[in-house]
Design a protein around this ligand. Structure first.
Ligand SMILES: NC(=O)c1ccc[n+]([C@@H]2O[C@H](COP(=O)([O-])OP(=O)(O)OC[C@H]3O[C@@H](n4cnc5c(N)ncnc54)[C@H](O)[C@@H]3O)[C@@H](O)[C@H]2O)c1
Length: 394
């Protein structure tokens, strides 16, 4: 590919102005780790007022708001209680920052109370829960954004631009995934590794990102069948924790996967070969590769696909010669205070959609497909054979 061709993939860098005449009233449901990133991203928006917060752990929401110096906030002992108080709170938007198992109940309660939602990834644990979230979004007509901030990274957008430009021809095989050699996240109260809070491990936590990167690029075709595998050899091993200076008893709390793999047939005939890890005896489970009839694209492996990771490479044959073209990493635009471009836009673009009657920047119609694959992998690994995937039309 020539430089002139690459120029076609350049991103717009326009200066934004924010209409502050209408303030957006925001609540936070779940005041643990990731809620901090949501708060930081709200606090740089000039048209946002934080008015409510909820957490199941007594005092956590109060301490959270105190740490940001935010006052005049009403506190609730659960997401459900916060949503019940909506008539008096007049919320425009909540961030659902709970652990995975509480995504669906909190998001559905908020939508049914007439509140727009930014909900953390993964969508949920099971496809059935995802369908219920989608139904609630349809009933309410509210904006629902699923928290995939890499969508706002110019390098991830470049992957999609390259695919959509036709440069690769027909994409017939994708290898994706990635993950870590030694990096099981524990979270507050072991919420990442417990079955009753996380429900799904590496597969949902970071697998959903790799799936989103490639499925978004190829237009989110539906999955037809899934052959899946998951394991927990590291998470269940007391030595894993002891060797890292952690409590070996965490192995008893571990109730999810630390590695998953799958072979997925997509409706457009493309094959998706997937593997993801929180822990493995290997440096990487592999780069992401998209093989097309005209060219192939390599995206370097990462421990959690979260924006610029290294240059993309396009492989093709030109005039009988096998060539490689490196697509340089696009630098991140300037930060908004201590908030990076991706997080700023995850929040900003949702607020703008609410104000203008626009659509979600990361809509449920796409992410339900991501969830259907995760659900298929969980089901297939349980029954140990291939499963069909059906997503009901709503
Ligand atoms: N987008 C990202 O980059 C990113 C990064 C990390 C985590 N996450 C996602 O964010 C979610 C939360 O992760 P975390 O690290 O903040 O976990 P965490 O355990 O630190 O925080 C979750 C909080 O939610 C609270 N909670 C649970 N159910 C609730 C309910 N019904 N009502 C009110 N509060 C409730 C818990 O008490 C806890 O304080 C996970 O789903 C995770 O996948 C996203």
């Amino acid at each position: 590919m020539k430089h002139a061709d690459l120029d076609a993939f350049k991103t717009d860098q326009t200066v934004e102005t924010v209409d502050t005449s209408r303030k957006i009233r925001v609540g936070i449901i779940g005041c643990g780790g990731i809620a901090h990133a949501h708060m930081r991203s709200y606090l740089v928006q000039p048209d946002v007022e934080i008015v409510a917060a909820a957490d199941l752990v007594p005092g956590r929401a109060e301490n959270f708001m105190k740490s940001f110096g935010v006052e005049n906030v009403r506190f609730f002992p659960s997401g459900a209680a916060l949503c019940e108080a909506q008539p008096s709170l007049k919320l425009d938007l909540v961030s659902v920052c709970t652990y995975n198992r509480q995504h669906a109940p909190c998001t559905i309660a908020a939508l049914d109370a007439g509140i727009n939602v930014i909900q953390e990834k993964p969508l949920c644990v099971t496809l059935d829960e995802g369908i219920e979230i989608m139904k609630a979004q349809r009933r309410s007509g509210k904006v629902l954004t699923i928290g995939f901030q890499p969508r706002f990274d110019a390098n991830m957008q470049m992957v999609k631009k390259i695919v959509q430009s036709g440069e690769l021809g027909r994409v017939y095989y994708i290898q994706t995934g990635g993950g870590r050699r030694h990096g099981i996240p524990i979270g507050n109260d072991a919420s990442f590794i417990r079955e009753d809070t996380a429900g799904v491990g590496a597969l949902g936590d970071i697998g959903c990102y790799s799936l989103d990167m490639v499925l978004n690029a190829i237009g989110y075709p539906k999955p037809l069948t899934v052959t899946g595998y998951k394991s927990d050899f590291f998470g269940k091993n007391p030595a894993y924790y002891a060797n890292s200076g952690m409590d070996p008893k965490l192995s008893e709390a571990f109730g999810v996967d630390d590695f998953a793999a799958a072979f997925v047939r997509l409706e457009d005939g493309c094959i998706l070969d997937f593997r993801i890890s929180w822990a493995i005896h290997m440096d990487t489970p592999g780069d992401t590769l998209l093989l097309g009839t005209k060219a192939g694209l390599r995206i370097p492996s990462t421990d959690c696909w979260n924006g610029s990771v290294g240059p993309l490479t396009i492989y093709r044959e030109e005039n009988g010669q096998q060539t490689q073209t490196v697509v340089p990493v696009i630098p991140q635009p300037p930060r908004h205070g201590d908030v990076d471009h991706m997080w700023y836009h995850k929040i900003r673009d949702t607020i703008d959609a609410i104000k203008t009657g626009g659509t979600s920047p990361v809509p449920i119609e796409q992410i339900i497909i991501n969830q259907a694959i995760i659900d298929g992998i969980l089901r297939s690994s349980e029954c140990q054979h291939e499963v069909s995937v059906e997503i009901p039309e709503l």
